[in-house]
Design a protein around this ligand. Sequence first.
Ligand code: ATP
Ligand code: MN
Length: 423
Amino acid sequence: LNINAYGNSYFTEWKIEESCLGSKNVQIPSTMNDKFEDLTAIVNKKITKDTPKNYDKIIVEDKISKENPTLSEVLKVPLRWHSTNLEVFQYSISRNEMYPENDKNIELVLKDLATLPIEWIEQREGGTQIKMIMHFPREISALFKPKRMERVDVVHPNHFYFDELERHNAEIAAFHLDKVLGFRRAIPHVGRVVNIMDELYPLVDDDMVKTFYESPSGNKCFHGKCEIYCDSYHPVCGNPNVIEGSFAAWLPSHENATRDSWRHPWRRSYCKRRTAYWERDSQYCDKIRNAPPYNSGRRLLDLMDMAVFDFLMGNQDRHHYEMFRALGDQAFTIHLDNGRGFGRPYVDDFSILTPLTQCCLIRASTLKTLLKYHNGSKKLSDALRQSMKNDPIAPLLAESHYEALDRRNVLILEAIRNCLKNN
Ligand SMILES: Nc1ncnc2c1ncn2[C@@H]1O[C@H](COP(=O)(O)OP(=O)(O)OP(=O)(O)O)[C@@H](O)[C@H]1O
Ligand SMILES: [Mn+2]
């Protein structure tokens, strides 16, 4: 137990060595070493008489718009020689993706967020948990979520998905996971260590200043102001003066770059005594897939990808998703707000995969990526580890989460195979 270092008494009882926590209960799938040749044949278009009949209704080709305008083009905001790296990122967001494959600019943006001096800080109102907008020179900004949990902390067994504090490292790891899966729909995030007294305290507003204090064990703490978890029972504390956090690249604030928020059809009830529609109706997908906006274009396929993404990291907290209005109704769905992922490495929660198992639907390209990682020498866990290794606060995840990723990858492949089998 490490009470003095973090002073977060509420969670101290869960700072137990990982090896003690439920690892024995994990079921290793019997197909862990299966090559899934049946699925591989389908994604490689090797169709034979043995291929299940409706395979092309289950594993479908991409429905991604060929035209791929950027926000710069749509909003007529030209990029200039003096644009900041962040602006280049913001206005290069396109209908199909948050940033292009192999984009070198994202690295520059993340370097800026990780190193530029913080000039002023705003508390972001709304939401249940503390977050701050960090402002750097030249109107560069980031959304900051401070560390609340240790890497090895697992979700409290008596907490619901809506009760847990968010994890800064999950936000960063989710950005990398989204990237190595080839989605490129998450907001770029980087880790940074900040000094509470030198870099935060002098820069926050008067209201916020009053929430800073020194804890009984001499750590510098604050709790900010927000709807639920902003009191001295849920402090954000340094060790003793410094604290890690996640820095998210700020999305464009241009008046015409607004994002619409959509209710996720497979949203949980957010109530401890009620189930959601989809939990009571096994035909729920038929209702969703036959009505706009899910009956055409890429939207339903995007939700399937989101289910894959969330199942891999164990994120149950997908209540809404956002899209850039200016990019049209065939724009990608943003993988935003991932702070409740990576909390239960020893529980594979199939309910997160419900959109996929109820609809029996997946993009061929997504399946191809999952098969590539499963059968190749570079596993999904290896790719993620490699992608995150240079983050300033690496290592970002406890080991058990890497094992979970490769295991859950197999479980998704099994789910697809079951769909084909049950037609
Ligand atoms: N990088 C960003 N740039 C600009 N706005 C952002 C960024 N990230 C998130 N937001 C906005 O801030 C709001 C809160 O973000 P987020 O959902 O990550 O926080 P949260 O604490 O989980 O909120 P809630 O408690 O409401 O779920 C969202 O509506 C989102 O549109
Ligand atoms: Mn949230």
